[in-house]
Design a protein around this ligand. Sequence first.
Ligand code: AMP
Length: 256
Amino acid sequence: MKTPQIFKTPQEYRETQKKLTVSGKTIGFVPTMGALHEGHGSLLKKSKAECDISVLSIFVNPTQFNNPDDLSKYPQSLDRDLEIARENGVDLVFLPSYESLYPDFFKYEVREKEFSQKLCGASRPGHFEGVLTVVLKLLNIIQPQKVYFGEKDYQQFLLIEEMVRSFFLDMEVIPVPTVRDYDGLALSSRNQRLTPGEREKAPLIYKFLSELKTPEQVQRTLEDSGFQVDYVTDYKERRFVAAHLGNVRLIDNVKI
Ligand code: AMP
């Protein structure tokens, strides 16, 4: 596999994107915040399999963090990320700075007024405004035919899919199943911040989500096991959970 080409500004990327479009190549896009793992790898593999050119973006988006501590502790591993990109056949990597992505300094934002205020939106005010705004910017810059999102962040996937339809963006939004560790824990960049004891306990989220009958039972059993539960809620045939272990907030969801 060859080393991917790196772009740091929308202008730099746009020149290449125009040439790709003229030559009729399809572009698959995987937006991330870096600290890549096999969950991201699975999105990259699908993009590689389905499109001529695979684009990865890495940008830790400050506008979606309602908790400054969570932002400052967000793991970063650029060299390893570029190696994973290369292994997965990524062609182009977009690594923008805050200034290049927010020339307006976040004066403009995308706001969804219903579902984004529920589940994670209820406990993370402003989170989905930051997510939708940065994703709209990235989609306008990259101009992919297909964009890939993980089912691990299913609320995010649903909101982005509807935003793409609502603003008539001409692309497909494709969900990719959650990749889990050997013990069922959904892979997440934040798992690195769990202590060994917390890491041992964390798979209980998926176990209880899969095995117990009602959201109330899941919530109670998690609390009895030492989790601080944000919510367990059924929505459109899926069961969603967010719970804290120490300082780390974990989310997961399953089809019911
Ligand atoms: P993040 O870097 O955490 O913002 O995630 C970037 C993309 O990878 C999002 O579409 C996530 O839903 C997806 N993703 C993260 N973890 C997983 C996982 N364990 N399985 C599948 N997709 C994932």
